[in-house]
Design a protein around this ligand. Structure first.
Ligand code: PMV
Length: 344
C-alpha cells in the first residue's frame, strides 16, 4: 500500500482573541487572526496495514523520531474526527511531523500542527473515497478545530475569522472563513510579526486549562460582549486602514486576555518582567517616533510586535538596540503575513 499525503501549514496570531469554549471545541466568542508565513509545521501522513484490533493504531514521529507522548492528543483528535474520515479506523496511521520554528520556542505549535494533520487526512480521504470533497478547506477547518480551536484559522491566508458574528458574512462557530481583499486595506497584507522569545519554556498554563478557567469566571459574560464589539471595530479598522483603531483593539485584546488570566480561579501571571519591559519600550518608541509597532501577546510571556512593511528597517534597528536584550539568548522570529497552507 502506498497512500500518503504531505502538507505544510502555518501558525497564526490572533488580533481578537478566542478565550473560552463551549460544547466540543466551539468558541465562546468570535476571533480574528493574521496567518503567519515563517512559523509552519510540515506533516506527512501515511497509511499502513493495521496489526491490532484497537480502534485506532498510530505511530507519531517528530522529525523521524518516535514521540509516544503526543499519541494521547492524536487519538483524541481521531476520535473526534472519526465521522469526517472513513478510513482512520481501518488503517495504521503513521504521522511524521516537523516544525520550521525552534522546538519548545514557546510558540504555539498546535495551530500549525493540527491544521497540517487535518489537511493530510482530508487529502487521504479524497483518495480513499475516490471523489473530490465539495469544500475541501472548510472540511479541513472543521477537522482542525476539533484538534485545537485556533488551528481552524490556519487553513487560509491573510486575515481569517472564526465564530459566528453578525458583521462577518458566512461566519460560523464550526469553521473559519477568510476575509476577502475587498474587506481589507491592502497595507495590512504587508504587515510583519516580530515574535520576541522572552520565555522558551513549556507553557505555564495549557490551552485546555486556560479556556476552562472562563467557565466560572466572574468577568466571562462581559468579556464575550467586548470581544463581539471588538470584532465589529476590527472589521471597520481593517476596511478603512485605520491603524489607530487597529492598534487600540489589538493591544486591548492582549491586555484583556492576560487580565482574564490574572483574575481567574486559580489565577496566573503569564507575563514576565521582560515581557513588560518590551511592551514599555515599544510604547515609548511609538510615542517618540510616530511609527506604528503594535504589541500583542498569546497566553504566554513572548511578545508579538506587529508593524507595517515600510517601517521594517527602523523597527529592526530599534529591536536590535533595545528589545532583543530581553529575549532568551536574543532570540526572535520575524514573520510576514502568509498565504496559508501548501500541499507538498
Ligand atoms: O487553539 P488553542 O486552544 O490553543 O487556543 C488559543 C488561544 C489563544 O492563542 C490565546 C488566542 C487565539 O485566538 O489564538
Amino acid at each position: 500500500m502506498n497512500i500518503s499525503s504531505k502538507w505544510e501549514s502555518p501558525s497564526n496570531i490572533a488580533l481578537v482573541k478566542y478565550w473560552g469554549k463551549m460544547g466540543i471545541q466551539l468558541p465562546a466568542n468570535p476571533s480574528i487572526s493574521f496567518t503567519l508565513n515563517e512559523a509552519k509545521t510540515i506533516t506527512k501522513v501515511s497509511l499502513e496495514e493495521k496489526t491490532t484490533k484497537d480502534d485506532f493504531e498510530i505511530l507519531v514521529k517528530y522529525d523521524s523520531k518516535e514521540i509516544p507522548e503526543f499519541e494521547g492528543k492524536i487519538i483524541q483528535f481521531l476520535n473526534r474526527t472519526a465521522h469526517l474520515f472513513t478510513f482512520t479506523k481501518q488503517f495504521k496511521i503513521v504521522i511524521n511531523t516537523v516544525n520550521t520554528f525552534p522546538h519548545s520556542s514557546g510558540i504555539a505549535s498546535s495551530a500549525s500542527g493540527m491544521s497540517a494533520l487535518a489537511l493530510c487526512l482530508c487529502s487521504i480521504e479524497e483518495h480513499v473515497e475516490g471523489n473530490k470533497t465539495l469544500d475541501f478547506y472548510r472540511k479541513a477547518s472543521v477537522a482542525a478545530r476539533l484538534g485545537s480551536g485556533s488551528a481552524c484559522r490556519s487553513l487560509y491566508g491573510g486575515l481569517v475569522s472564526w465564530g459566528a458574528h453578525k458583521d462577518y458574512v458566512g461566519s460560523s462557530d464550526e469553521f473559519a472563513t477568510q476575509l476577502s481583499e475587498k474587506e481589507v486595506f491592502s497595507g495590512f497584507y504587508g504587515f510583519k510579526d516580530m515574535i520576541l522569545l522572552v520565555d522558551e519554556g513549556k507553557k505555564l498554563v495549557s490551552s485546555t486549562l486556560g479556556h476552562s478557567l472562563l467557565n466560572n469566571h466572574p468577568f466571562a459574560s462581559a468579556r464575550y460582549e467586548e470581544a463581539g464589539k471588538n470584532m465589529s471595530l476590527m472589521k471597520k479598522a481593517l476596511k478603512e486602514g485605520d491603524l489607530g483603531l487597529f492598534t487600540h483593539i489589538v493591544e486591548s485584546e492582549a491586555m484583556m486576555l492576560h487580565a482574564l488570566m490574572m483574575t481567574s480561579n486559580p489565577y496566573f501571571v503569564l507575563m514576565r518582567p521582560n515581557t513588560l519591559a518590551i511592551i514599555e519600550k515599544v510604547w515609548d518608541f511609538r510615542k517618540q517616533t510616530g511609527l506604528r509597532p503594535v504589541v500583542t501577546l498569546d497566553a504566554g510571556a513572548n511578545v508579538h510586535v506587529l508593524f507595517p512593511q515600510e517601517e521594517q528597517d527602523a523597527i529592526f534597528q530599534f529591536a536590535g538596540e533595545h528589545l532583543l536584550q530581553y529575549c532568551q539568548e536574543n532570540k526572535y522570529i520575524c514573520s510576514s503575513i502568509g498565504n496559508g497552507p501548501k500541499q507538498l
